[in-house]
Design a protein around this ligand. Structure first.
Ligand code: FAD
Length: 459
């Protein structure tokens, strides 16, 4: 059959390319292909401009429970092992000091308690007093009246250029594949139809066929599922995240803040930007947006198609907005986008990290920050916060990947490889995948190259 593949992946972000890599490297499939709508891989959320560039391993993210931290630690280590094994240390994955700060009596005791529990999972974690912080990151203590403590680490890989890693997945997939591994760019999949025991894809390059399809199309995944009659119990709520830039001299570490339990999205943090030389980033904000791509205007209609507003969606919104803290948070995040007033308002938030920060230190980062496709579970009338998968068991899978989807790309892909191997009956060398990716906890590789640009500016 012309234009036929065993497996076709839709979407060339980090999720789609991670799956392409694992299929090429660990299965005996004869032909696989990936279709990406834009002329380049990782044009949307996986692009380093559009996410926080953080390897979320669960040590400093106070929005994770201990159980969730255990899970993300495992998948984060897979990405780390992949990157170190392929020689990407200090090229696409970087070491920075990282920490979460507790400010004021309540947060300080929270951090101290959390430290005692979490160091059992992350033995490298340290507790930093105000005196320690004055040496490590002086701007955290300068001008601060409230007490402060932090837990974190000084020498761990924690910043990733996810877009660059996605490129390496694609290249390494092509190198590893014994059969056919094709990547089609500028190739939006308009339709997926089941024809007999195959799927037919309609694209600008013609019709293509496959036995198995994985849809890794970010915010568009659920829409594709709805079009095929799947996932009707879910709705997609896209949450945009914006950032503010400050000079790199302000912060040399990843600094997270304590999560307010009631808020559905992670608190803002400060991070050295690994792509913009000489910049620190603060953010991301969290703004519900009626579109499926942050900077593409013609996705409004698609948003409504994938939200499918009904009583249960309205109930989720109502419950969220009934809470004073969440209402204030939603309103504040809307204001962070309004030119003229946004800088002053965001400054108040960022001052929790750097008390002496001035309005003149920060600037809105234009066209930086993507969308997190958060999923509403209509049956249970609640907002899901992590990744979600619709496994139809009929040869097609849809993945929705809000944060920490980039960190867990190899773990998520491994689940799909297992589903594909079971469905198609192909060979899957899971032992090798486990040795390579899960391996020991973390592989050590000597660091020979200097840190990226921001450190030069800092000194
Ligand atoms: C502000 C922000 C901060 C974040 N920070 C972090 C972080 O620090 N760490 C972390 O781990 N995660 C973070 N995330 C989440 C992370 O960016 C995503 O989980 C991850 O990039 C998702 O990758 P993906 O490949 O699934 O989706 P995407 O990167 O969105 O890629 C989907 C691809 O599918 C393509 N596509 C869509 N429809 C079609 C079609 N019909 N045909 C062909 N192609 C199609 C798109 O063009 C796109 O390239 C953050 C997200 C945001 C928005």
């Amino acid at each position: 059959m012309q234009h036929y593949y065993n497996v076709i992946i839709i979407g060339g972000g980090i999720s789609g390319t991670a799956l392409l890599y694992e299929l090429a490297k660990y299965t005996d499939l004869e032909s696989i292909a990936l279709f990406e709508k834009y002329p380049a891989l990782s044009s949307l959320n996986s692009n380093g401009r559009n996410n926080s560039q953080t390897l979320h391993c669960g040590d400093i993210e106070t929005n994770y429970t201990f159980e969730k931290a255990k899970k993300v630690k495992k998948t984060a280590n897979m990405l780390l092992n992949y990157a170190l094994d392929h020689g990407y240390a200090q090229k696409h994955i970087f070491k920075f000091p990282k920490m979460v700060i507790g400010v004021g009596e309540k947060e300080v005791s929270f951090i101290k308690e959390r430290y005692e529990t979490f160091r059992t999972l992350y033995p490298y974690l340290e507790l930093f007093t105000a005196e320690d912080l004055a040496k490590i990151e002086p701007k955290l203590v300068e001008g601060r009246e409230d007490e402060i403590v932090a837990m974190g680490a000084l020498d761990e890989y924690c910043a990733v250029d996810f877009g660059a890693i996605a490129e390496t997945f694609a290249q390494n997939a092509k190198k590893s594949m014994k059969g056919v591994c094709d990547i089609y760019l500028d190739a939006e999949v308009y339709r997926i139809d089941r024809i007999g025991d195959k799927f037919q894809l309609t694209t600008p390059k013609g019709k293509y066929f496959a036995d198995y399809i994985v849809v890794n199309a970010g915010a568009h995944s659920l829409l594709q599922a709805h079009k095929m009659g799947y996932g009707k119990d879910y709705a997609c709520l896209p949450i945009g995240g914006s950032f503010y830039y400050a000079p790199a001299s302000i912060l040399g570490s990843k600094v997270y803040t304590v999560q307010n339990d009631k808020l559905p999205f992670a608190a803002i943090h400060g991070d050295p930007d690994i792509l913009m030389k000489g910049k620190t980033r603060f953010g991301p904000t969290a703004l519900a947006l009626p579109k499926l791509e942050r900077y593409t205007e013609n996705t409004y209609l698609e948003f409504f198609e994938s939200l499918r507003p009904d009583k249960s969606v309205i109930k989720v919104f109502y419950d969220l907005l009934a809470d004073d803290d969440i209402r204030e948070y939603v309103f504040k995040n809307m204001m962070y986008e309004v030119p003229g007033i946004r800088k002053g308002l965001f400054l108040k938030e960022a001052k929790k990290i750097i008390p002496t920060l001035r309005e003149s230190d920060i600037e809105f980062a234009d066209h930086v920050g993507g969308l997190r496709p958060q999923i509403i579970d209509k049956k249970n009338k609640r907002l899901l916060l992590g990744e979600a998968k619709i496994d139809t068991k009929e040869g097609i899978v849809f993945n929705m990947t809000p944060s920490p989807g980039a960190t867990s790309c190899l773990g998520n892909a491994l689940k799909d490889v297992e589903l594909i191997a079971e469905y198609l009956g192909c060979g899957f060398d899971s032992a090798k995948a486990n040795i390579d990716l899960v391996g020991e906890e973390q592989k050590s590789v000597p660091v020979l190259e200097p840190m990226p640009g921001y450190v030069e500016t800092q000194s």
